[in-house]
Design a protein around this ligand. Sequence first.
Ligand SMILES: N[C@@H](CCC(=O)N[C@@H](CS)C(=O)NCC(=O)O)C(=O)O
Length: 223
Amino acid sequence: MPVDPAALTRITALGSVPEAGRGLVRDLPVRWALEEAGIPYSARTLTFLGERSADDLAEQPFGQVPAYNDGEVSMFESGAIVLRVGERSEALLPRDPRARAKTISWLFAALSSVEMQIWPLALLNIFFADKPWRNEARPALEGNVRRVLGRVAAHLGEKDWLEGEFTAGDLMMVTVLRRLRSTGLVAEHANLAAYLARGEARPAFQRALAAHLADFADQATAA
Ligand SMILES: N[C@@H](CCC(=O)N[C@@H](CS)C(=O)NCC(=O)O)C(=O)O
């Protein structure tokens, strides 16, 4: 459960990806949300940076994954899709207006306050690792990440989840923090490291990750 080729809800994922990207492609948070909600889905895989048909582009204008269709609506953008899944399940998006507002705030914070600082560092480590200026740029970029992680850690405090109960905001924050897995930056905050581990230990996450990685099973090592 719940990958089911006959399911009404359909998503797109990638069928090949360089090794460093496995476990990080953005179909993963969508699969995780669907698993938390107990909603069966099927996944169609596209080629990494491959040609896109007119139908693919109608579903996802940038030719990227994930795209989502639940029979009622067709969507793109992982954060928006997770919120849609949340509308179908209180397990992700509380019905209480105050808790719901905080959930939406944290989901956007993960993507536009935290990931926005992580992405330049990821680019440096992955795509510019051989550039002579990389060591000069790194301290500033790491400093930006440290600043936002410090804020998230301070808000989290001793709680299990950002607002007490697990929500789509935590799902997206854990997804984003996983992008730092090759750095020691999350581990600088014991509570944040425990939070990340707690998210990854959720059975729904484990099922989503297994299904996500299964799509790369016939890929030997690097794509
Ligand atoms: N903001 C978009 C980003 C989507 C995105 O970056 N998708 C990447 C994978 S994580 C992709 O499809 N790359 C392959 C390609 O562009 O062909 C979202 O959150 O859905």
